[in-house]
Design a protein around this ligand. Structure first.
Ligand SMILES: *Cc1c(COP(=O)(O)O)cnc(C)c1O
Length: 401
């Protein structure tokens, strides 16, 4: 891979080879162009870069540490390290791109941030960014999810955000996207739709990746300072793929580092609807304005998906991941609900770190790798903390002896 990678991908039209692009209604084309131009301008502006750097240091608490797991490595073999995005303010990596998106909104003179949320993690991160910048914020959420994820609904409201229930269809994530999209189309001049991962129409997959690159840049330096080497393997969970792109982006040129993206195998890979293994079992299609690998029903529509980790529960995936799969640059693997829950308890009990169920997928795969390669080092992107998942885990799996 050449050092021109970031100049080559995406191209002018937002394509990563055949994936990505912007398949959107004509009334949004002009607006996406304006967002792209504004982003291009500020990403070269000294003032913007130093403001974002200050925010990361003084508000988010960056850099987050890299941590060597002594007891876990002793038990499983290998040398296992974690990039601690669970220690980023609000408890996950999502604030990295939300602060960037909100800063862009401020620069463009927007008054309101609009987004959808599933489990409420993106909603809370964006509500936090809106409070910081004094912008209005409107989060659309399915009625079913509002009931299921009530603590996050309360957080958003405390932060001053308006939570709008999506009341049609299945009343979950897809309906929340429809509802948020409708609200954005009513006033694209004063508002901006802030996407929650490296997905959606161009320029969002590129912008979100760029805002997440800080994770990989920090982790590479920190790992090298600790060990004098680069990690043999880097492991991250993949929902839309933002935390994975963040850490992978720093290692794309390093042939000796193997990259693993981990998706949910859910209850089983046998039946559509029981998993969200998009890269393993999907085929190229168009969803939410961009082309990517996608789990499809027999009509070619996005298929229903399942995972214990609601942040990984998406039938599409970022276009850049789709390309990296075709290039064989990243291996995409899957981990079942059961393996995820086991890893959740292992990390909690052996290291005193309660991981998010999303991140537990990456931990579970790292444990497999460690057993098979006892002499190698593994760097896991621990994308978030598990406080939000405690009720779910205890209600469904109980406490182990
Ligand atoms: C949302 C979320 C994810 C999945 O999103 P990506 O864009 O794939 O990173 C992973 N981990 C945590 C903790 C999340 O909140």
């Amino acid at each position: 891979m050449s050092t021109n990678y970031f100049k080559e991908y995406p191209n002018q039209e937002g394509f990563y080879q055949e994936y990505g692009g912007a398949f959107i209604p004509p009334q949004l084309e002009e607006e996406m162009k304006k967002i792209n131009e504004a982003y291009f301008a500020i990403s070269k502006s000294h003032k913007f870069i130093s403001e974002l750097r200050d925010i990361r240091k003084h508000f988010q608490g960056r850099p987050t540490p890299v941590y060597h797991c002594n007891r876990l490595s002793q038990k499983y073999g290998g040398q296992i390290y974690l990039k601690r995005e669970d220690l980023n303010h609000t408890g996950a990596h999502k604030l990295n791109h939300c602060m960037g998106e909100a800063l862009l909104a401020k620069y463009m003179g927007k008054k309101k941030l609009i987004a959808e949320t599933g489990a409420g993690q993106h909603g809370v991160a964006l509500a936090t960014a809106a409070a910081y910048f004094g912008l209005e914020c409107e989060i659309h959420m399915g009625e079913v999810d509002i009931e299921k994820e009530f603590p996050n609904v309360q957080r958003m409201k405390i932060l001053g955000t308006k939570v709008i229930p999506a009341t049609h269809g299945l009343k979950t994530l897809k309906e929340a996207v429809d509802s948020a999209f409708g609200a954005y189309l009513e006033d694209p001049i004063n508002s901006i739709y802030c996407i929650g991962s490296v997905v959606g129409p161009h320029p969002f997959p590129m912008m979100v990746r760029d805002f997440q690159r800080v994770v990989g840049i920090e982790a590479k330096d920190q790992f090298f300072d600790m060990t004098g080497e680069l990690p043999d393997s880097i492991v991250a969970c993949v929902g839309g793929g933002s935390n994975a792109m963040g850490i992978f982006s720093a290692f794309l040129d390093d042939q000796e580092c193997k990259l693993y993206g981990v998706e949910p195998a859910g209850k089983s890979l046998e039946k559509l609807g029981d998993h969200a293994a998009t890269m393993t079992l999907g085929k190229p299609g168009i969803i939410h304005g961009f082309k990517c690998y996608m789990l499809q029903d027999e009509k070619g529509e996005p298929a229903p998906v399942h995972s214990v980790a609601s942040g990984l529960d998406y039938p599409g995936v970022g276009p850049e991941h789709s390309m990296l799969k075709d290039m064989n640059k990243v291996s995409y693997e899957s981990i079942s609900d059961k393996e995820c829950i086991d890893a959740f308890f292992e990390l909690s009990r052996l290291e005193g770190i309660i991981p998010a169920l999303e991140s537990s997928h990456a931990v579970a795969y790292a444990l497999k790798l460690a057993k098979e390669n006892p002499k190698k080092s593994i760097l896991v992107n621990l994308s978030g903390r598990g406080d939000k998942d405690l009720d779910y885990v205890i209600d469904n799996y109980g406490l182990p002896e």
